[in-house]
Design a protein around this ligand. Structure first.
Ligand SMILES: [Zn+2]
Length: 669
């Protein structure tokens, strides 16, 4: 080998090792040590070297996650050791009799259990040989599954090469491929906008994404792999299930942080109740708790029966699906004029709330699901807290039902509806329904966060003829408000003060508030940062806009179309005439960015300021506000009556501030 080549080989080895390590910090531990830009730089260096020395590319190189050619069909994958299924316990009684059986076999009451949330995803097995990923497949029937190696390799939380040295022989790792609830919601929103069929729940989305013959489609889907076991614990030289998880994490896998070792049934059931309480707040979907005898030696004594081990049981949570009657399909006009069919349901209890209505997205979606007025329908809450209709129970369909048709005219202003892709829109800019929705949005917490300006008051303002568009909010007076029902002097002054306080939004907030279709906070931030002024954004071409990361043709089109409309321009002009000022980046900088890099999550009730106000303060100081508690969170602000988020923060060691501590922090910042 040439001398230069030895240096190249070394550099490649170094780069791969570093990239693997930082990939692990980021995707498995949620604790990155370098910035994305630094990671990209290392990655590009490796790509460049491998491009010049293609014979040095190996399948475990971080550059080889994507790019494999599509398949015609999936080959079979036989599991060397069958993937067993776990018996279900539907209630506490089921868990207690499981424990009774275990105690009888082991001849003692005192048993330690390792309890882990049961992911609602797709079970897979990944095979490593000498520390390198060689094969991976779905569970299938437990004996034979499908070989989806190319697709699994695109999942960033799955190591292509195990961390550490000295791996020999075969290691078969088992776990679950899941899609985060938020990623699922985003994916469905995207699909809905494109008129593609929606996934029913995160599990279907994960399964559908993993079983793509073209790996580039899988690569585009945000999937995560959680490891929860190995085919043969002896290979890892550990003696308990808890240690298996620790060992898996150490060699590069993401494992569930929410696991607990429990001694006795009381601790087990407490953990079950605790996780059930947190279920809706977790970033991923779970459908129960897996309870495993922790000690491997005990597991061996208990052994397996037919197709399931005697040392484990899955406690299943109550279902998040139910049925009810679809009484009526109403149509609603949104702020961009999109007319949405909404199912009005016979009220039904589902996973802790009463569900009365559910969106049906668009006419095509109603037809795809084939739901009709009078149908008994399956309703579920999945992915997020918004309930949705899965489909009709056709055997219960009444004799006479009609296929849903979108009305030809706007139900509010009677303008003729225009079809726009899968959507129908009321294009009348002064349609009262649109105006009202625009004002709701303008005052909402994602936009200008005007405290106390809720739907009921906006309805009064619009119906009373005081407000015709958002700019009219800034000419309201205390006297105007006092004429409205339910307003006294103090409440009127308070609302006017809140409206006044919203007069100096950042460019990003302003962009969100004017309600351009498809333009939410992420897109607004991106556009505001790149263009710097409203003037420049208003004159940007579609081509200029669509070059920004995350801004596709659709968003770019929507922005230029928005500013091309005279009515929108007039409203913006009037906003400025009435004293709204976009605070410039210089002004924002002079405030300091002392909370830069810090993330805040709020729980409980604050007494000195509202949550949107607190959120605005944090953001104006360069901090970020999130809704979930995870390891990356730097501060949890707990007001009075904090919820389970506080417990979670304590568990994760996140710094907790009371309201006073928070106020002190932002005052000093
Ligand atoms: Zn209308």
């Amino acid at each position: 080998m040439h001398e230069d080549d030895a240096a190249v080989v070394n550099r490649i080895r170094e780069l791969r090792k570093e990239l693997d390590y930082h990939n692990y910090r980021y995707h498995a531990l949620d604790a990155p040590e370098i910035s994305d830009a630094q990671y990209d730089e290392l990655f590009r260096e490796l790509v460049t070297i491998e491009h010049d020395y293609p014979h040095l590319i190996t399948p475990d190189s971080p550059t080889q996650r994507i790019g494999a050619a599509p398949l015609k069909e999936f080959p079979e994958m036989v599991h060397r050791i069958p993937m067993l299924s776990i018996d279900n316990a539907m209630d506490e009684g089921g868990v207690l009799s499981f424990h009774a059986r275990v105690s009888r076999w082991l001849g003692r009451e005192d048993v330690e259990y390792c309890c882990e949330p049961k992911f609602d995803g797709l079970a897979v097995e990944i095979v490593y040989e000498g520390g390198i990923l060689i094969r991976g497949g779905t569970r299938g029937d437990g004996i034979v599954g499908e070989d989806v190696t190319q697709n699994l390799k695109t999942i960033r939380s799955l190591p292509l090469r195990l961390l550490g040295n000295g791996f020999s022989g075969i290691l078969e790792v088992r776990g679950e491929v899941v899609m985060d609830k938020s990623a699922f919601t985003d994916l469905n929103r995207e699909r809905s906008e494109k008129g593609e069929p929606l996934f029913a729940n995160p599990r279907n989305a994960a399964a559908g994404s993993l079983r793509q013959l073209d790996p580039s489609i899988t690569a585009s889907r945000p999937l995560t792999f959680f490891a929860y076991g190995v085919s043969d614990p002896a290979v890892l030289e550990v003696t308990t299930q808890g240690f298996v998880l620790d060992a898996l994490q150490k060699i590069g896998f993401k494992v569930n942080p929410d696991r607990s070792l429990c001694r006795g049934m009381k601790e087990v059931m407490d953990f079950v109740a605790n996780m059930q309480g947190q279920r809706s707040e977790l970033p991923y979907e779970i459908d129960g708790i897996v309870i495993k005898v922790n000690d491997s030696h005990d597991q061996e004594i208990l052994g397996v029966k037919a197709r399931s081990p005697r040392w484990a049981v899955a406690f299943k949570f109550p279902p998040t699906q139910t049925t009810t009657v679809l009484m009526k399909i109403e149509v609603q006009v949104g702020r961009t004029g999109v007319v949405t069919p909404v199912a009005i349901l016979e009220p039904v209890h589902l996973a802790g709330v009463v569900v009365k209505r559910a969106t049906l997205h668009n006419e095509a979606e109603v037809h795809r699901k084939d739901v009709r007025e009078g149908d008994t329908v399956i309703v579920q809450r999945a992915g997020d807290v918004i309930p949705e209709i899965v489909g009709p129970v056709k055997t219960k369909r009444p004799a006479t039902t009609e296929v849903f048709r979108m009305p030809s005219r706007c139900p509010v202003c009677t303008a003729v509806l225009v079809q726009d892709g899968v959507f129908h829109r009321c294009v009348n800019l002064t349609c009262p329904a649109r105006v009202r929705e625009q004002i709701y949005h303008f005052a909402s917490k994602e936009a200008l966060a005007i405290d106390g300006l809720g739907r009921r008051i906006i309805d009064q303002l619009v119906e009373g003829g005081l407000v015709h568009d958002v700019s009219d909010l800034y000419k309201l007076t205390v006297d105007d408000l006092m004429k409205l029902e339910g307003f006294a002097e103090i409440s009127s002054k308070k609302l006017i003060a809140a409206i006044d306080a919203s007069r100096k939004p950042t460019l990003e907030r302003f962009l969100v508030s004017i309600g351009i279709q498809h333009v939410g906070r992420v897109a607004s931030r991106q556009i505001a940062r790149s263009f710097g002024s409203l003037e420049r954004i208003m004159h940007a071409s579609k081509e200029e806009l669509s070059t920004l990361t995350g801004i596709g043709d659709e968003i770019a089109h929507s922005i230029t179309e928005f500013f091309a409309q005279d009515e929108n321009q007039r409203v913006i002009e009037r906003l400025f005439e009435r004293g709204l000022v976009i605070s410039s980046p210089e002004q924002q900088n002079s405030l300091g960015k002392s909370l830069q890099g810090k993330t805040f999550c709020f729980t409980g009730t604050l007494s000195f300021m509202s949550r949107p106000e607190a959120q605005r303060r944090v953001e104006s100081l360069g901090g970020t506000v999130v809704t979930n508690v995870n390891k990356k969170l730097t501060h949890l602000v707990a007001g009075s009556d904090p919820g389970s988020k506080r417990d979670r923060a304590v568990t994760l060691g996140v710094e907790i501030l009371d309201e006073e501590g928070f106020l002190k922090m932002i005052e000093e910042s």
